[in-house]
Design a protein around this ligand. Structure first.
Ligand code: SAM
Length: 212
């Protein structure tokens, strides 16, 4: 039903500089309207973040595309940890790219809504309710970690749970504005890090995140 709008959005993302064909293909296949409250569905293919309830948002498509592109996913079967399941859209995009997705959400209602939706749409995501700042040790190490809420620092447990050679994409800053960081794990103790210009995210709340 939204096929043309979806193609137009993909064109827009390409013009804005998204070049990873695997990301473009996945976002061209995942139906964003299914992850959005019914009353806002007509806005599903505008390049904007939208409210999903509980003061949370589904990220702007450009942000999803940009962060996913930074993960540099070049083969299927990679184990990716997402912090902040939210609507489930980012996890669905990663799943569409052939990743084995682990996703943690701290809001119980959003967690339930996302897991129900994954079941309904037949999307295989390992979803957990809890504090993502401490990661998911049971399934570590991860080939990639994507944090979809802004954090005051890079949580140590997430660094520990990244495989050597793996990438973490995480917004870090104060509560109002964050810089997007790309960390590449060089050894058990060393990381290369690159800062990407301003993006704004909702706060990451938890033991190693912001306090409520
Ligand atoms: N990836 C989401 C999507 O595709 O809709 C976007 C989610 S929204 C921008 C960020 C989410 O992070 C919110 O749902 C929020 O509840 C969640 N969050 C914040 N702190 C968290 C934490 N410590 N652990 C897990 N989730 C957290």
């Amino acid at each position: 039903m939204f096929r043309i709008q979806r193609e137009e959005l993909i064109d827009e993302l390409t013009k804005k500089g998204i070049s990873d064909l695997a990301v473009i293909k996945a976002m061209g296949n995942v139906e964003r309207e299914k992850f959005i409250p019914a009353t806002l569905r007509h806005l599903a293919y505008k390049d904007v973040a939208l409210p999903i309830g509980y003061e949370q948002t589904i990220s702007q498509p450009y942000t999803v595309a940009y962060m996913t592109q930074l993960l540099n996913i070049k083969k299927t079967g990679l184990k990716i940890l997402e912090i902040g399941t939210g609507s489930g859209y980012q996890a669905a995009v990663l799943n569409e790219m052939g990743c084995d997705v682990y996703s943690i959400e701290r809001n119980l209602d959003l967690h339930h809504m996302a897991t129900k939706l994954f079941d309904k749409l037949g999307i295989r995501v390992h979803a957990k309710y809890g504090d993502g700042t401490i990661g998911w040790a049971e399934f570590a190490p991860f080939d990639g970690i994507i944090v979809t809420a802004g954090s005051p620092t890079v949580p140590k447990k997430l660094k520990d749970q990244l495989i050597v050679g793996g990438r973490m994409v995480i917004p870090v800053g104060d509560r109002i504005s964050q810089k997007l960081y790309l960390l590449i794990k060089k050894s058990e103790t060393e990381f290369d890090s690159e800062v990407i210009p301003e993006f704004t995210f909702v706060p990451l709340i938890g033991r190693e995140g912001w306090k409520i």
